[in-house]
Unconditional design. Structure first.
Length: 66
């Protein structure tokens, strides 16, 4: 599942990015009628980019959910 965030968030470091990913995943778990059942997206990854669009990290959903 690809959900592009055109606005993005400016974060100070990777720990802040991981905390935001966890918050978003909690919302996704709470809203299966919007995002579908977790089994559909559990193996996906969050792709974190910098202001130029370069990928700086890929955070697997499963790492955050476990």
């Amino acid at each position: 599942m690809l959900i592009r965030d055109e606005e993005g968030d400016e974060l100070p470091d990777m720990a802040a990015a991981e905390a935001l990913v966890a918050e978003i995943l909690r919302d996704m778990l709470r809203l299966p009628h919007v995002y579908g059942p977790p089994r559909r997206w559990r193996r996906d990854v969050f792709v974190v980019t910098d202001e130029t669009g370069a990928v700086v990290a890929e955070i697997p959903y499963a790492n955050v959910l476990s």
